[in-house]
Unconditional design. Structure first.
Lengths: 197, 197
DNA sequence: CGTCTATTTGAATGTACTCAAAAGCGGTGG
DNA sequence: CCACCGCTTTTGAGTACATTCAAATAGACG
């Protein structure tokens, strides 16, 4: 592989390398599992009810992961842009039907890592068990912070923090999706925006 | 160890055994790290601002983990009874000052696993990396579910679910702590109780 | 341009909160 | 055993934050 031509896998390997150091052979083993997928804007990577087969790494584009309730109300659990993982982890890892939906908000290019192959991967290269331990550990902490915010911070402040923490995302995704992430209606978000101007 | 006399470590070893199978030598290695601690009702295992040194396994009793905001409002993130782990994981694992507080709600007996020793433990017995991968994986999924509920389910329904899901706990801990877990005021919880009678 | 969807605006409503006070409950000491 | 103290829970009135519904405006895309 010419060092001046970045590998197809550059982004995902860099992501893994943040937490564990792989040998070239281990990198090859890993990348051999990855399935590339191109998803058009507004198309679905996964719909609630389907079997969730993959953990998804976003190479380019943007994906929202959301839960729908009985009345069709959607709550965004996560936005994933370049360099982020997304999935219905609960379903993929337990081989249960998805309860979440993953939709591309832009033309999006991802790597799909088949969940079925994870056990074999852990067995062959224990560093991956470490990698995913760290991924879930960080994910757990992140979800816990978000829950804390939801429990004790008013919507106006949650919105201000979201803007500060993800300035890019605030531009990139529709207001109604941000509202859904914050747990408020688009109408109320619009009012908050006017106030904070 | 006489098989008729359950080991001091029976509960915690059973908990680990749910996810990984240890040899007697590995069990010994693990239990050698554990520090027993007895905490009186209403005493603290950890207070916000302190260094968080341990992951805590509850042997007997009940611990609440909560976050306090600037106005002193407390939000319960988790209750841990016999057989559950609790900690300010974010702080213990990053060696940062605690942001959460852990308080015993009853006379409580725990095992403290020093976070500093985790890396060495993973290196010696990779099964523990697997164990904690699974612990955080499950924790992540659980937090995500709770967040989803918080985002889209009204308080009355959250309360009904809590009662159904944790009938024991509903008896065991004070209403105000349940209110705090649900993200509502004790007054409002009291009203919900009257309605649902 | 015209159509479709997203955002904004406003009025009426509902859910949950604050504050204050009363009632209930458990422990302790007289 | 009862009376009292402190804390938790309940009750109620008034309020605030956020929603629903409907309609107007603005933006995006063909």
């Amino acid at each position: 592989m010419n060092s001046e031509i970045p590998s197809l896998y550059a982004a995902i390997l860099a992501n893994v390398a943040r937490d564990v150091t792989l040998t070239p052979a281990e990198e090859a083993l890993f990348t051999a599992l990855l399935l590339p997928q191109q998803v058009a804007r507004y198309d679905y990577l996964l719909q609630a009810g389907q079997a969730a087969h993959y953990l998804t790494f976003v190479n380019q584009g943007c994906v929202r992961t959301y839960a729908s309730d009985a009345h069709g109300k959607e709550s965004v659990l996560a936005f994933a842009v370049e360099g982020w993982w997304c999935a219905d982890f609960a379903s993929a890892l337990a081989r249960a039907p998805a309860t979440l939906t993953l939709q591309a908000l832009e033309d999006t290019q991802v790597w799909q890592l088949p969940a079925e192959q994870l056990e074999a991967l852990y067995a062959q290269v224990p560093k991956f068990e470490r990698f995913f331990r760290l991924l879930f550990q960080q994910g757990f902490v992140h979800q816990q912070r978000r829950l804390t915010d939801q429990l004790q911070v008013p919507a106006a402040v949650r919105f201000a923090r979201f803007r500060r923490q993800y300035p890019r995302l605030s531009q990139r995704v529709a207001q109604r999706h941000i509202a859904s992430y914050l747990g408020i209606t688009p109408e109320f978000l619009s009012m908050l925006r006017k106030r904070q101007a």
